[in-house]
Ligand binder design. Structure first.
Ligand SMILES: Cc1ncc(COP(=O)(O)O)c(C=O)c1O
Length: 456
């Protein structure tokens, strides 16, 4: 639930000096207030949603301000720094590329872009024959909408343009990506929504207990939709708002149904890709390969870059010059991404995510057992979790989630603001080890116990 800011008034908190965390000032640190104020004065209010700690530098699994405080990171920025913050290999690649004196080349050919699209296709399932580089995640989901519809028109005429997405979905904040999003509030401003973009329930198993594929078909029927009018289905490989996965059987049936009806299936892997879920690609959990996949965030562990990959016939739908972007494969982000992919592949970061994630999940489930009415659901895989905070059976409690995050920050555990209606999202860098993970779990428990004792 958007709309709540953290307090900017420095608050005295107990000092912390441990191996992974250091809190030595009031929070927010008084000396950082002028910069925080400058941001509040000159940026839109919409930018004030995150905890007011000033990021000065970040390395490995830790983030530092310039007032002597150090946080153990459970945010990875926003699921970006999978390989850890400030990886030397990535910094070296960025510096080398800058020194080579190629900072920009638009769609003119470059070796950097060639190497990156080749590498992306090489590490992907065979079905993905081509890669198109963009800058943000939202651009990739916009591009997916365009390709799904274009394909629908090609194979089924101008009536085959429907795009199915999911309730509670998030695919970005541009016009098309918000329309495929599952938040009514998020797209209220559009007013005249495209009637051929519509949502069905997401089978997360907690908020929506019907996880059968039949529920998908029933929802289409109820909305008067038929496969002949549907061009594509797009879904997050796991839903970001709650780290919620669909059942494997559901996804396999969905994939078969799409293929049968010449409907393009797109997995939005912007969060899930590059090891986050304990597999290199999140869709591997389902034993499927979609027709298109969108990537961003953890693709570079650093600089802004994104990519859409997919079937050759889909990726080649547009003639020369008509599906391009000013910064496609920008050389420095491309170099950073190549270095990141080398790290992910060499260190098999998804394996560490699976191993350490299993340790964390056990701790979260123990905590849920202790507070069953306050942690309604623990969802996630690998190193991404959503703790759905409640106050009674399925009664979302945003205030509890917010206060726990705030308390964790004060104790040196960094998380971003709760997402959705009540979810504490946990997504440490994929290099996090067991000791670091358990340290964070202990702090989360302390924070929850304290906040509940204070009457939350
Ligand atoms: C699943 C998913 N898709 C798309 C996006 C949009 O990415 P960006 O913010 O880079 O536009 C996000 C961002 O959080 C996301 O989580």
């Amino acid at each position: 639930m958007a709309g709540r800011s953290f307090s900017m008034t420095p608050r005295a908190v107990p000092k912390v000096r441990t191996k992974y965390r250091r809190i030595v000032t009031k929070i927010p640190a008084p000396s950082t207030i002028p910069v925080l104020k400058e941001l509040r004065d000159y940026e839109p209010i919409s930018m004030t949603g995150q905890p007011p700690i000033l990021w000065d530098h970040a390395e490995g699994v830790q983030v530092y301000d310039n007032a002597g405080n150090m946080w153990l990171d459970w945010s990875s920025g926003v699921l970006v720094t999978g390989a850890g913050h400030g990886r030397k290999e990535i910094i070296d690649a960025i510096c080398a590329q800058a020194k080579k004196k190629l900072l920009h080349n638009y769609c003119f050919p470059s070796a950097e872009r060639a190497k990156l699209v080749h590498r992306l296709v090489e590490i992907s399932p065979k079905k993905f024959a081509k890669a198109f580089l963009l800058t943000t995640g939202a651009e990739t989901t916009e591009c997916a909408i365009k390709l799904m519809r274009t394909h629908g028109i090609k194979v089924g005429g101008r009536k085959k343009i429907g795009i199915v997405s999911f309730e509670r979905a998030f695919h970005g904040r541009t016009m098309g990506s918000q329309q495929i999003g599952g938040s009514a509030a998020g797209k209220d401003w559009i007013v005249n929504l495209d009637k051929d973009i519509f949502q069905v329930p997401f089978p997360d198993g907690f908020w929506n207990e019907d996880t059968s594929f039949d529920s998908f078909l029933k929802s289409l029927k109820k909305q008067g939709r038929s496969p002949a009018n549907i061009a594509g289905v797009i879904l997050e490989t796991y839903q970001g708002h709650g780290a919620s996965f669909a059942p494997k059987a559901y996804m396999q049936k969905l994939s078969k149904w799409c293929a049968k009806h010449k409907i393009v299936l797109t997995c939005d892997e912007v969060q899930a890709g590059f090891g986050r879920t304990g597999k290199l690609f999140g869709f591997e959990h389902y034993g499927i390969v979609p027709d298109l996949a969108c990537f961003g965030k953890g693709i570079s562990s650093s600089l802004p870059i994104s990519a859409i990959l997919g079937r050759k016939d889909l990726m080649d739908l547009y003639p020369p010059g008509s599906m391009t972007s000013t910064h496609t494969g920008s050389p420095i982000p491309a170099a950073a991404t190549l270095a990141n992919i080398d790290i992910v592949m060499k260190e098999k970061l998804w394996l560490n995510a699976a191993k350490v994630g299993a340790v964390m999940e056990k701790e979260f489930l123990k905590l849920q057992k202790r507070f069953p009415s306050r942690i309604g659901s623990v969802q996630g895989k690998g190193l991404v979790f959503g703790l759905h905070m409640t106050n009674g059976h399925k009664k979302a409690d945003f205030d509890l989630a917010f206060r726990v995050v705030e308390r964790c920050i004060e104790k040196g555990l960094l998380m971003f603001a709760p997402v959705g209606a009540c979810t504490i999202k946990i997504c440490p860098p994929l290099i996090t080890n067991k000791e670091q993970a358990l340290d964070g779990c202990k702090i989360l428990e302390e924070a929850l116990v304290e906040v509940l004792a204070e009457g939350a």
